[in-house]
Each structure stands twice: as C-alpha cells, then as structure tokens.
Design a protein around this ligand. Structure first.
Ligand code: IPM
Ligand code: MG
Length: 362
C-alpha cells in the first residue's frame, strides 16, 4: 500500500486535486497500485479550521505518508492577515518541514499546444527544459529579515524593509548534485543561472557548482546571468537542458518558462528531499481564486504532478507514462480547457477534460 497525503488547499486547489485523484484511481486500478489517501488542511482552509495555515497535524500526516499531493494555497480574503498567518506561509513551512530542498519543474511543450504559446512555433517546438530550483534557502528563508524603523540624515523616521539572500556551501552542493544527476538522465547539460556579476552569494553559488561539476565529467556546465537567462528563455529556449538556480530566480524563471508551454496550467513540479522525508508534488500555478469553483481551470498541471509522483516516489514508470500518453491523446483530439482554447476546438470544463483523460488510460 502507498499512502498519499492530500492537501487540497484553497481556491481551485480543490478541483484540480480532485481531478488528479480520479486519474490516480483509474491508474491504480489498471496497474494495481493500491493507493490510499489521507486528507489534511493547509493554507486559508487550515487557518479557518485551526487558526494557523499549517497545523502540526497536517505536517504529521505528511511525515507519515509516502508522498504528498498538494493543490494550491491563497485567497484574497486572507490578504490582510499577519504574514505568519497567510496561506503562502504554509507552503514555505511544509517545504522546510519536509526538507524539500530540490524543486524540479519540467517545461515540456506539447506539439498540440504550439499555437497556445506566445512564442513562434519554430521557437517553442521541442522545448524540453528541467528547471532545478533550490527550494529551502535564499531570500525566502534568510535571516535577518523584517521591516524596521530608521532615522534619516535629515531626522525623519522612515521604515526600511530587508531580506537576506544567503546560501552556504552545503546547500549549494546538494542542489548541484540533483541538477547534475538529472542532466545525466537527459541531454547532459547544466546551465547554472545566477547574478555573480553583482552578488557575493551568487559568486559562491557559481564556484561551488563548478567544484561539484568535476564529479560529473560527462555533463557540460555553462553559466548564465539571470537577466540574460530571462531573455534567452524567449529568444532561444531550446538551448537549455537543465537550468540550475536558487530559490527566487527559479520562482521567477519557471513562471516565465511556463508560458512557452502554452499555459501556467500545464506545468507540474516535484519537490524532493534527501529521501528521509516524503516528496511533495504540486502544480507550479497558484489557487486562481477568481476562477475557483467554476469548473473551468486546467487540471493538467496537477495530473502531471501526480504522474511525477508515480515515477519519482513509487518508481511506477509505466503507470506514469500511461497518464502522460493519455493527456497527449486528449490534446491531440483537440480537447482544451479555457486557458489553452483556440476557436474551433472542443472547449472542456475541468471535469470533462479529466473524464477524457481517464477514458484514455489503459
Ligand atoms: C511557487 C509559488 C510560491 C513560491 C508562492 C505561492 C509562495 O510562487 O511555488 O512558485 O514563491 O515559491
Ligand atoms: Mg512561483
């Protein structure tokens, strides 16, 4: 039996995870996977129920499971809460508690969606990038941080906000190994993305990555500044195989890269630890409160995340592939949710496209 902790979260998280679970149930039947689900609240929902966005019980449920499937967190109604009570804090909290330092965000463009990409089809075709984003360090967690008061030279009291962009050698080393190992299974190229022309922390990042690279002579290492990378991603995305980068740069670049694939609603992710704690799978998009509950959001990013779970946590490659193939077949037959819809194709609701995917799994 494989136990999956299910964290629906807020907004459209509920619908997309429900879709992914229906797909998992079908795959489980076909491939005899014996999956069991354990639901726990996170984000705004948890705040409403328990007064905190990440209750201890939710963390315990995750720690007791073999993998975690998460929808999305956040809703405008919680925007005025104190920072430590906001839903987003739960996401950072669970990443830290489960030691999920490696976030894998594959950007793969389906041929069927080339028209949905804002890039020319010739540029977007065959793009296949793996963004390896460090997930438990950087300005996201660096201390000291805060908003404090200071007195200016002309004696005015003003506020100053600050965060600390910080990485130690151990943190850089372990994420670098993840990137090089991922590259070995792919096209054997790692591009280390940083801002080493300005930031000390980036200079160290680059140095340590180059050290680790010596253990992977079969992998080619290149370096790129993050501003250039943002440009290259739209100019010539096919040049990239694995992009290795820190937490904040990875956050920004992965949203940008998702547009190449046609929609934020298409990109899954896997967050991995050293293996002592369960991995977590979630779409890279947010909770889309404006679209939630309307049965219109694209569940494919979450279904692909479930597929990554079968592959990475349960070593069920065949079952994972059956999901990927089913998605491709459904797109090939011109079925589209609203975010990837083009005139003349079949407009599908969240539940409809899920049904079609389930039908194709065998
Ligand atoms: C992501 C999201 C999160 C992040 C937010 C919601 C805290 O943007 O997973 O990319 O910044 O990591
Ligand atoms: Mg993000």
């Amino acid at each position: 039996m494989k136990k999956i902790a299910v964290l629906l979260g807020d907004g459209c998280g509920v619908e997309i995870v429900e879709s992914a679970i229906r797909v998992l149930d079908k795959v489980s039947n076909v491939y005899n996977l014996n999956l069991e689900y354990d639901y726990a609240p996170i984000g705004g929902r948890a705040y409403k129920e328990a007064g905190v966005p990440l209750p201890d019980k939710t963390v315990e449920t995750c720690l007791k499971s073999d993998a975690v499937l998460l929808g999305a967190v956040g809703d405008w109604q919680y925007d005025s809460l104190a920072p430590e009570l906001r839903p987003e804090r739960a996401l950072l909290g669970i990443r830290k508690k489960l030691n999920l330092f490696a976030n894998l965000r594959p950007v793969k463009v389906f041929d069927e969606l080339l028209n949905s990409s804002p890039l020319k089809p010739t540029i977007a075709k065959d793009v296949d990038i793996m963004i390896v984003r460090e997930l438990t360090g950087d300005v996201y967690f660096g201390e000291p941080k805060g908003i404090i008061k200071k007195t200016t030279a002309d004696n005015r009291e003003i506020r100053v906000g600050f965060n600390n962009m910080i990485y130690d050698e151990d943190e850089i080393t372990r994420i670098a190994h993840v990137a090089f190992k991922a590259a070995q299974k792919r096209r054997k190229k790692v591009c280390c993305v940083d801002k080493a022309n300005v930031l000390d922390v980036s200079r160290l990042f680059r140095e340590v990555v180059a050290q680790v690279a010596k253990q992977y002579p079969d992998v080619e290492l290149t370096n790129m500044y993050v501003d250039n990378c943002a440009m290259q991603l739209v100019l010539n995305p096919k040049q990239f195989d694995v992009i290795l980068t820190g937490n904040i740069f990875g956050d920004i670049l992965s949203d940008e890269a998702s547009t190449i694939a046609g929609s934020l609603g298409m990109l899954p992710s896997a967050s991995m630890s050293d293996g002592k704690t369960p991995f977590l799978y979630e779409p890279i998009h947010g909770s889309a409160p404006d679209l939630a509950g309307k049965n219109v959001v694209n569940p494919i990013a979450t279904i692909l995340s479930a597929s990554m779970m079968l592959e990475y946590s349960f070593d069920e490659k065949l079952a994972a592939n059956s999901i990927n193939k089913a998605i491709k077949a459904v797109l090939k037959e011109n079925n589209r949710t609203k975010d990837i819809y083009e005139t003349g194709l079949n407009l599908c609701s969240t539940t409809k496209i899920t049904d079609l995917i389930i039908d194709k799994i065998s």
